[in-house]
Design a binder for this molecule. Sequence first.
Ligand SMILES: Cc1cc2nc3c(=O)[nH]c(=O)nc-3n(C[C@H](O)[C@H](O)[C@H](O)COP(=O)(O)OP(=O)(O)OC[C@H]3O[C@@H](n4cnc5c(N)ncnc54)[C@H](O)[C@@H]3O)c2cc1C
Ligand SMILES: NC(=O)c1ccc[n+]([C@@H]2O[C@H](COP(=O)([O-])OP(=O)(O)OC[C@H]3O[C@@H](n4cnc5c(N)ncnc54)[C@H](O)[C@@H]3O)[C@@H](O)[C@H]2O)c1
Length: 467
Amino acid sequence: MRKVRIAILGAGSAGLTALAQVRKHTDEFVIVNHGPYGTTCARVGCMPSKALIQAADDYHRRHDFDTLGILGGEGLSVDIAAVLQRVRDYRDARVNGVLGATDQLGERSIAGRARLDGPQRIVVERADGGDDEVIEAEQVIIATGTRPVVPAPWRAFAERVITTDDVFECATLPRRIAVIGLGVIGVELGQALARFGLDVVGYEMRESLGSLSDPVVQEAARQSMGEEFPLHLGRAVELREGAGGIVVDDGREAHEFDQVLAAMGRRPNIDGLGLETLGVPLDRRGLPEFDRHTLRVGELPVFITGDVNGELQLLHEASDEGFIAAWNALHGPTRFRRRVPLAIAFTDPQIAVVGQSYAELAGREDLVVGEFDFSRQARALAMLKGSGMARIYAARGTGLLLGAEMLAPAAEHFAHLLALAIQREMSVAELLTLPFYHPTLEEGLRSALRALAKDIYGEAPLELATL
Ligand SMILES: Cc1cc2nc3c(=O)[nH]c(=O)nc-3n(C[C@H](O)[C@H](O)[C@H](O)COP(=O)(O)OP(=O)(O)OC[C@H]3O[C@@H](n4cnc5c(N)ncnc54)[C@H](O)[C@@H]3O)c2cc1C
Ligand SMILES: NC(=O)c1ccc[n+]([C@@H]2O[C@H](COP(=O)([O-])OP(=O)(O)OC[C@H]3O[C@@H](n4cnc5c(N)ncnc54)[C@H](O)[C@@H]3O)[C@@H](O)[C@H]2O)c1
């Protein structure tokens, strides 16, 4: 039996961030990883998806060429196999960069499946077929991530049903693709595949797309996305074998496809992890309660970090959580202030939610909303990107910025600007004292802020601070 100070279960983004901290202070650790190394983000997540989206958006741009006076755009074609190869080349470079974090650790890095046997004992089923290894750890950091949800009966359709674990590995893609689930992955990849000229149809059982909760922005997103590929919203679908493919049936219509991309959410990797041996209550998903400011599970020397804890499934949050858990495991209890929530979907226009969402604020009586329609925005029109809707939320009494939901060109940049303002507890009036260059998309943001200011302060505030 091996005894260590800290055991990290999972070598994804959360686990590796924890590892980087732990290594600064002690050699008495072990990191156990089941399955491929290289992290979900680099292997099958953030990085390959964004490389695919880049190619799709660039190819799609050909539809604007005539308007811009550039001739010959319609003669362009896309080689999907070459696109996917470039995605993999890019992906491999990212993955190689990550592998270095564990490949020099010798026996302090074990490839195998970890199972808890109480809060401080771990049994590892080694991937090399060696005997199970028992580890006693003073502190345990759980960072086992998530995997795509695929309903069990759908497994029978074999390679007709794929997920983001498979799509970037495909040599090429078939013509007819159904995307089931139009959350963040569904809208990003559905739009990208449609932009390659594939016959994509999107299915979503809710009425909304991505992570949006504001009905006005939702409607803008439905319209914008619906112009690019057909959307079937509001119903869960069923699959069955078809004569020449797989049939997707939403109860109203049935259509045949060559392949289905299941983008129906991701489930925590906790099966067989032994969380029930921790001796704390588990919720209906099988997850323990934890403090999001320490990541500690109850009073145990156990921390649960990254996607697996069922809270947020975002890279920067997973990294923060790995850090917080390692810090607490090393140095004792410290409650960290979490960053302002920030989520961006890399669609075109982009979708961004920052600070508190509309759903979180909807009950507040002092809620004021300022909006801006990007179909009228000068710079966006110059770029032929004139569509989208930004809605910014503030508190009437104080003028404090609370959050925003946006469908807008380059919303990633506004979202960061607003996150800064919200985290610094700035008011609408204060934000309006910052410079806005002309002509920029940010001027659209200023229009939404001015609308808010009118509502909050009655008359427009001075936009230049006085000396
Ligand atoms: C298609 C896609 C696109 C995405 N795009 C973005 C984006 O643009 N921006 C963004 O912020 N986020 C994005 N994400 C989310 C982001 O990738 C995740 O939030 C992040 O990777 C989570 O890291 P993690 O360390 O929690 O989990 P992971 O990186 O999944 O690591 C968990 C590791 O633990 C291993 N493991 C599982 N069970 C065990 C066990 N019993 N014992 C030992 N090891 C185990 C797993 O095999 C894995 O290696 C995307 C995700 C996907 C799928
Ligand atoms: N840009 C980014 O930050 C980014 C990109 C991709 C993924 N991610 C992360 O990955 C996570 C997983 O993404 P995801 O899109 O798989 O999950 P998600 O939870 O965002 O969306 C899943 C969608 O599938 C729908 N759904 C589930 N079952 C269905 C059914 N039977 N029929 C029709 N619709 C169904 C759900 O209603 C939901 O809208 C997200 O939580 C996100 O945080 C982030």
